[in-house]
Design a protein around this ligand. Sequence first.
Ligand code: SAH
Length: 466
Amino acid sequence: MLLTITYTGQNTTELGFLLYKNPYRPQFFELNHGKAYVFYPEISDARTTAALLLDIDPIDLARGKVGATGGGLFDYVNDRPYVSSSFMSTAIARVFGTAMTGRADEHQVLSDSVLDLTATVVMLPCRGDQTKLHSVFEPLGYEVSFTGFVSDENFPSWGESKYVNLTIHGKVRLRDLLKHLFVLIPVFDRQKHYWVGADEVEKLLRLGEDWLADHPEKSYITHRYLKRLRPLVNLAFERLALANAEDGEVLNAEPEEAEEKPDKKLNLNKQRLGSVVAALKNCGAKRVIDIGCGEGNLLRLLIKEGQFTHIAGVDVSHVALERASEKLKLDRAGEAMRERVKLFQGSLTYKDARFAGFDAACVVEVIEHLDVSRLNAFERVLFEFARPSVVVLTTPNGEYNVNYANLPESGLRHEDHRFEWTRAEFRSWAGRVAGQFGYAVQFSEIGDVDETFGAPTQMGVFTLCE
Ligand code: SAH
């Protein structure tokens, strides 16, 4: 079974740095059920392809050599050596694990950028699900093509084979492509080699964190990834709903349960955005930038206010930006609107000239997604270089979490949160930053106030003292 990833553009041999695999040296990895090889069938400045080839031992599988109690996982005659299956996902995680995290040391900028990437998956089993290839991959920004086969040319009556060779092409970050393949290959291959348990829910949510909650086929993907195991699927839906509510929307667990319940979290989100808009109106800002704008919920409110003449939204996730653009209908907007509202991809932790020239910047529920080690960089990017007159920043108050049932194991409200500060921690951080960069800061609480633990969200409004 073979997976290839092709990078087209300039200096494409740098793919090797992102994958942590030297393009000039084929490499070999021992896996539980066989061997994996990484090599580059083509290398040039304009086009570089990395290939991951798996050599699975069908006899080992049949004998249940690894990880099985009692009998083997498959019959002696099985398709596993030839098809792209859950084994391919395991190999992706094992061989390209670092690339999946997006960590790339001195090539971080490239790793954070969307690249022109094409992946081919040879012999993907997907009986009867071929139209799903479109509806699953296209919302993630890929063009999809595939070739099918007849089962046996000598016996046309046997019909189409269940396998296809799939090609997806898009402008995506490498880590996102790897995560998409990791989750979606086993969605199509129903026969998974691993035990599907609660930790698969964690894996699905972690790898799907940027894209699954809003995917139109989230139900299909979740059911299939979790082998249709009801309790696990329900658990995944609950968690997706929590994640999504946090990011601004209430997601119904399943389409048939579409009954709208007024949700506390939705209210909190509305209140939070309302407080941010009020702070911005109050300070008289005209030019506003929303950094970590996500799908543009705040931008939508800002657009309604004539006071804001220039509105920019930035996010590190281009999937989020695409959704923002769709939600705000920017592609269908007139000239004036397109002049007024701009979206662009960027990161808060890299100095960026495009962040400058605004009266106010909003950073709403974003800093808790940053590694603590990157906070210094963020502080300088925003308060020293971009230097808007006003910064409106919100973050969860971790003390309030005692009021939430069903938090992820980390005890934080979202899998991707790196920290959730207490009120004292937030005030101490914000006070230090304000002092260091010449701002004054005022605090407020947003949401239902718990007498002991405060409100769920805390906000700081920083005002430049010059
Ligand atoms: N502000 C939005 C979204 C909050 S979710 C709202 O309140 O609805 C956090 C967002 O921060 C996500 O969209 C995520 O992609 C973005 N993000 C995370 N790290 C970032 C970084 N380093 N630079 C810019 N955006 C980032």
